[in-house]
Design a protein around this ligand. Structure first.
Ligand code: FES
Length: 167
């Protein structure tokens, strides 16, 4: 059975073929890995943050799809030079808009990228031992959709077990 290609924008295809800021950052101030419960893919986000809480560099590693690679790449470009508070306020819809839209079945891929960024920012303040007033106490939707490796592994093995029982 042949599948029709997803309606990706020209920008998504361009970033997928030539992603910016791809790769591990050895001297990152903070990083976070996150997995999507929707598809089981993983991403890592790295931030270099200066003493004024401005992001001077951002990079990512993705084991996700084209939409995830493109979204994460775009996000690294959008956050560079921004204060953590400004970066926190970027929603996955903003990134999708910047790329000319995302197909509906790929929304979760954008959510995963933003979730990984927010997890990194939350981790930064956790290490500093304080929470800024603009950061919500509870995890946001995007953070909840970006699980830590361990949580993701548990969900996947539970699903596999259920599938095994169904057979
Ligand atoms: Fe998993 Fe896109 S399908 S990140």
């Amino acid at each position: 059975m042949s599948r029709s290609p997803l309606p990706y924008s020209r920008k998504i295809l361009e970033l997928f073929r030539n992603p910016r800021n791809l790769g591990r950052m050895e001297d990152a101030t903070v990083s976070a890995t996150a997995g999507s419960p929707a598809c089981g893919d993983m991403i890592a986000f790295y931030l270099k943050i200066d003493e004024n809480t401005v992001i001077t560099r951002a990079s990512f590693e993705s084991y996700g799809c084209a939409a995830n690679i493109a979204t994460a790449s775009m996000l690294t470009q959008m956050v560079e030079g921004k204060r953590l508070e400004e970066a926190w306020r970027i929603g996955w819809e903003d990134v999708a808009k910047e790329m000319g839209g995302l197909p509906a079945v790929k929304f979760h891929c954008g959510v995963l990228a933003v979730g990984a960024l927010r997890r990194s920012i939350r981790e930064f303040f956790k290490r500093k031992g304080f929470k800024p007033e603009w950061m919500p106490e509870k995890e946001t939707f995007e953070e909840k959709q970006a699980l830590e490796e361990e949580e993701l592994a548990k969900i996947i093995s539970r699903r596999l077990m259920l599938r095994g029982e169904e057979k």
